[in-house]
Write a protein that binds this ligand. Structure first.
Ligand code: SF4
Ligand code: SF4
Length: 189
């Protein structure tokens, strides 16, 4: 195997002392400190002030309900299957109504999530969305496994249907399909 030996450049005396770099840094700090006017402010009063994030920002994945406060998730587990780091855990339960299943447990481990957005992409019900929530903190690992209640709570920041116009509504869709197939639907719970 061939290789090229790259010789390291010798540092000058000034570089070895770090002083010019330190002075340049101090000069930069002082220039910000002495500026006046709102447009010149270079710091943010966090947490009272938050970042104005772009629309494509991908924060915590959250669950949303429809405008009738019904869970949109049908516990199909597609998002759990597609999630690269296996951050999602779903245990489905059977429910009464035109829809057969809903999640009993829906956890997302925020220590594992890589904010790829695959769960949002794959969801057939538009039930999970990438929010702009970026404050992910906790004292223990367990606190960073977000349970379903918390995911729905965070989902409220996106509004019903995740703010998607004309989002599919599973109850209406399935009731319509049952009607088309001549099946009785008295369970519009
Ligand atoms: S954003 Fe990606 S890593 Fe995070 S839960 Fe969704 S699929 Fe998994
Ligand atoms: S969030 Fe969507 S993809 Fe995930 S289980 Fe629920 S319906 Fe299926």
């Amino acid at each position: 195997m061939s290789y090229v030996k790259v010789s390291r450049r010798e540092l000058t005396l000034a570089e070895k002392l770090y002083l010019p770099s330190i002075l340049a840094g101090l000069k930069n700090t002082m220039s910000h400190l002495l500026r006046r006017g709102d447009n010149e402010i270079t710091t943010m009063q966090y947490p009272e002030e938050k970042w104005d994030l772009p629309s494509y920002y991908r924060g915590v994945p959250v669950l949303v309900k429809d405008e009738d406060e019904r869970e949109k998730c049908v516990a199909c587990s597609l998002c759990e299957f597609v999630c690269p780091p296996r951050a999602i855990s779903i245990i489905p339960k059977q429910i009464e109504g035109v829809v057969e299943k809903a999640p009993e447990v829906f956890d997302i481990d925020m220590l594992r999530c890589i904010f790829c957005g695959y769960c949002e992409e794959v969801c057939p019900e538009q039930a999970i969305f990438m929010s702009k929530e970026y404050e992910i903190c906790g004292q223990t690992r367990e606190e960073l496994v977000y349970p379903m209640d918390k995911l729905y709570e965070l989902g409220k920041t996106l509004g019903t249907d995740g703010g998607v116009k004309d989002a599919p509504k599973k109850w209406e869709t399935l009731a319509r399909e049952q009607g088309q197939q001549g099946l009785a639907s008295d369970q519009d719970a």
